[in-house]
Structure formats: structure tokens, C-alpha cells
Design a protein. Structure first.
Length: 216
């Protein structure tokens, strides 16, 4: 009955197309490829997310391992104290870089790392206990080869809202709007509106670069 109802409401060709796309994706093929600028050809992106269960916290890492960011490598590790968190982050990052090397037979020239926003005190800890140690480990593992690192903190729960004023009404700014002057700090931070909305107000994401030795 559920299948008959679905077929009556939707075009059969549309349903078949979506099923086919799922099959293609699950076989490891690429459905869509973004247009990558030439200077990002050997760049990988890494993102972290954590979940707490009892006294342990599981940290998950997802890393891109292709030049068009279409293939990923993911893994997890657990830690029980804040002291071991940064060591776990370093180990996961090294695994991601190693996965990139195995797939591409070369190291990435740029590694862009994303993490949920934290307090200013913890930012100092990230710089001191994660980035500094990661740079040392990468230099040790890939002697004579330089990997540039950029780390970005992302705040998804912002109170700022941005609008554009027309002739008769005020509306949300278009998806893809970048705000990098005026209300941002003197540090390397910016807002991006990543979605469009016809109702209510869109919530921008706040990005803050806490470290970069990149030449991009």
C-alpha cells in the first residue's frame, strides 16, 4: 500500500533516478564534482566532531582524500580526559594525511582543519598543544616536505542576522553571501550565509582562522 501511494504521488522516473544515484554513490563513484581553483589541487580538508558517553568522549574525524573533495576517509578514537584530547586529535590527523598519501601517492600541500568554536582560552590550547605538535609530527613523518596548515573554528549558533533592502521590503541575503568587513574583528574571521530561506531569518556561520602558515 505504501509503495502504491508513493507511485501515485510521485513520478516513477524521478523515483528510479534517485534510487540509481544512491546505488552509484554506495559503489564509491562520484556523483557531482565542484569546480576547484587551480591552487587548491593538492589540498585536503579535515573536520572533527565529538560525542560524550559517560566518562569517555568519542572524537570522529572526516578527511577528504581526493583533489575534488569527493572521496573521504573517516575514523574515530576515544579519550577520557582533556589532557589526552589533543594527542588524539594529532593521531587522527596523521591517519587522515596517511590515507591521502596512500590514495594519491603524494602528500597534500595544504591541510585545512575545521573544528567547532571554543572559548579564547581553549583556542590558545589548540594552538599550543594541537597545532604545534601536529607540525612537529608532520615534519618528522615527511622529512624535507612541507605541509601548510590552516585551522578554522566554526560557530553555528550565532546571533547576527544579515538582510538586504529592496525597493519595497527587506529580505534575507542570498545564499553564499560573505561578510568579511565592518562587523568582524581585526583578526582573520568572517561570516558566511550558506543557505537560502523564504521564511524567518537565515543563520550565518562564523568562521575564525586561529592559525595559518598557508600561502593561499
Amino acid at each position: 500500500m505504501a509503495t502504491e501511494t508513493t507511485l501515485r504521488k510521485k513520478n516513477i522516473q524521478s523515483i528510479a533516478t534517485k534510487i540509481l544515484l544512491q546505488i552509484i554513490a554506495k559503489r564509491g563513484n562520484t556523483l557531482w564534482v565542484p569546480k576547484i581553483p587551480p591552487n587548491l589541487g593538492e589540498t585536503m580538508m579535515i573536520a572533527f566532531e565529538s560525542a560524550k558517553a559517560g566518562s569517555n568522549t568519542t572524537l570522529a574525524m572526516c578527511a577528504t582524500v581526493s583533489s575534488v573533495f569527493s572521496s573521504i576517509y573517516s575514523t574515530t578514537m576515544s579519550y577520557s580526559s582533556i589532557d589526552s584530547k589533543f594527542n588524539v586529535m594529532v593521531n587522527l590527523t596523521l591517519k587522515g594525511v596517511d590515507a591521502y598519501c596512500q590514495k594519491n601517492k603524494e602528500i597534500p600541500s595544504e591541510v585545512i582543519i575545521f573544528n567547532s568554536s571554543t572559548s579564547n582560552d581553549q583556542i590558545v590550547m589548540f594552538q599550543e598543544y594541537y597545532i604545534k605538535k601536529l607540525r612537529s609530527k608532520l615534519d618528522e613523518a615527511y622529512r624535507g616536505k612541507s605541509i601548510a596548515i590552516t585551522m578554522v573554528m566554526i560557530n553555528l549558533k550565532t546571533c547576527e542576522r544579515f538582510f538586504t533592502e529592496g525597493d519595497k521590503y527587506v529580505s534575507n541575503v542570498p545564499a553564499g553571501t560573505l561578510i568579511s568587513t565592518g562587523i568582524v574583528s581585526n583578526f582573520y574571521d568572517f561570516f558566511v550565509v550558506s543557505q537560502a530561506s523564504n521564511k524567518g531569518s537565515t543563520v550565518p556561520n562564523h568562521y575564525k582562522v586561529i592559525y595559518s602558515n598557508s600561502k593561499l
